[in-house]
Design a protein around this ligand. Structure first.
Ligand code: MN
Ligand code: MN
Length: 464
């Protein structure tokens, strides 16, 4: 190719290079550090409650104080509020009034899993089981024959709450069994989505009967162990929130260690990025920076701890009140980066992606103008000016980014909290880490993309 032609192409064509061909030495060092912190967070953050607890501990260590209504707030003040233990909102007060808007990131810290039913415990053929009801979009066949752990709370009638953690570290784990191939011929003919019925997702809890005669002796073993450990009786399952999650450790993936495998990247990988970026702000931002870690995104952002809940508006209204600003004035000038994961192009399944608009591993944080399904149904579809604004903010801060669409048109679709922020009259754009095997018990992301998402959140907080 002649130099002149090359020049003309370089001038006009969109250049799309692997992030590793552009990574600076400084970013490479910071990336390793950052990813270590994220892996530790993900390892412990098996539920939304455990993510909130970690977020609060990290925030307090960074000088954040619990927000109380009526509190005086000045530039540089760092505050947070926890919503019912399952969602958390944090803010660093900016130099400008909230009348000029604020810079928000919104991600979610709930992940697909198996929830324990209210009346779960039974014995069948001298084996004890817990019945579950899956939460979020899972592919049921992926949840059998893998080690599982149980985390959550049991709320007793007297108001005390027992924290449950079963299957940690070297403790015994749990499992959902599956058929052996020798007897699985009929099952094997079924479509993937039907081979494992939801009501088969029963957790194997024990096999050793207590001494004596009669029925339910294994169930008694199990119940006695639970009583000994947590002081609970069978009826207490009724007011429990127990989440069965994969017990695999978070680990580096690949000979080059360039990726991270673990449970719950969706969307703790963005939640941690947004949180860490806020905690790491070393200058007082021009506008108030707000980090929202929401619950219940995987089931439609419903409920009192979801993004549709007024809890976010209440927090923001309280911040605005401290400055005599109306919430609506703040919202109409605010910007929100809805930080949620997107599908990474998977060459094993290239047929469901559209190559020109898919997100790729190691190309940076994926910006998603619209999510939704079919004709963008259920998407907030950000405006061109909004995308241009984010391009500028990210480029100015040296963040690697790419455009992302969740699969081919008409193949599938998805949603995030973006629409619920946009509905509040907040200018919003989706952006997040591309994930391989999203919603599987063990998802994969690239370290470079994790770090660039963190950097992108920081850029948004510091932007004007
Ligand atoms: Mn998500
Ligand atoms: Mn999801």
């Amino acid at each position: 190719m002649s130099d002149a032609l090359k020049e003309r192409k370089e001038k006009l064509f969109y250049d799309h290079k692997n992030g590793y061909d552009r990574l600076t030495a400084a970013d490479e060092a910071a990336m390793a550090d950052y990813c270590q912190g994220y892996m530790a967070f993900l390892q412990r953050g098996k539920t939304e409650r455990l993510c909130v607890a970690q977020a609060v501990a990290l925030a307090q260590a960074a000088g954040f104080k619990p927000f109380t209504r009526g509190m005086a707030l000045t530039a540089g003040d760092k505050v947070y509020t926890v919503n019912r233990g399952k969602s958390v909102m944090l803010a660093v007060m900016g130099r400008e009034s909230l009348r000029q808007g604020c810079q928000i990131t919104a991600s979610h810290i709930d992940s697909p899993r198996l929830d324990v039913k209210p009346s779960p415990l039974y014995e069948d053929s001298e084996l004890a089981y817990l019945k579950t009801h899956y939460y979020g979009g899972i592919r049921k066949y992926q949840w059998v024959t893998i080690p599982l752990a149980i985390y959550g709370v049991v709320a007793l009638k007297d108001g005390t709450v027992r924290e449950v953690a079963l299957g940690e570290g070297s403790e015994p784990k749990f499992v959902v069994t599956d058929l052996l191939p020798h007897l699985g011929a009929e099952q094997g003919k079924k479509p993937l989505n039907e081979a494992i019925p939801a009501e088969n997702l029963n957790i194997l809890l024990g096999s050793r009967p207590v001494e004596g005669e009669g029925s339910d002796r294994v169930k008694l073993t199990v119940m006695e162990k639970l009583h000994e450990k947590y002081g609970i009786v069978e009826e207490d399952f009724i007011s429990a929130e127990l989440e069965v999650v994969p017990a695999m450790d978070v680990t580096a993936i690949g000979l080059d260690g360039s990726m991270i495998g673990g449970y719950g990247h969706d969307d703790r990988v963005c939640g941690y990025a947004a949180l860490r970026a806020l905690l790491d702000l070393d200058t007082v931002p021009e506008k108030t920076a707000v980090c929202m870690l929401a619950d219940k995104e995987e089931i439609g952002s419903m409920g009192v701890t979801g993004m549709q809940s007024a809890c976010f508006d209440t927090f923001m209204e309280d911040l605005c009140a401290a400055q005599g600003v109306a919430l609506r004035e703040c919202y109409e000038k605010a910007f929100c980066l809805s930080t949620d994961v997107t599908a990474a192009f998977d060459p094993n399944f290239s047929e469901v992606y559209e190559k020109k608009n898919a997100a790729y591993l190691n190309y940076g944080v994926g910006l998603c103008k619209y999510t939704g399904a079919r004709g963008k149904s259920g998407s907030s579809d950000a405006g061109a000016e909004t995308v241009a604004y984010v391009r500028r903010v990210l480029d100015d801060y040296g963040v690697m980014w790419q455009m992302a669409e969740l699969g081919k048109t008409d193949v599938g679709g998805g949603g995030t909290v973006a629409q619920y922020m946009a509905n509040r009259n907040i200018t919003t754009l989706d952006a997040g880490v591309p994930v391989l095997s999203m919603h599987a018990p063990f998802e994969v992301v690239s370290k470079l993309d994790c770090y660039m998402t963190y950097k992108g959140c920081k850029a948004v907080y510091l932007a004007k």
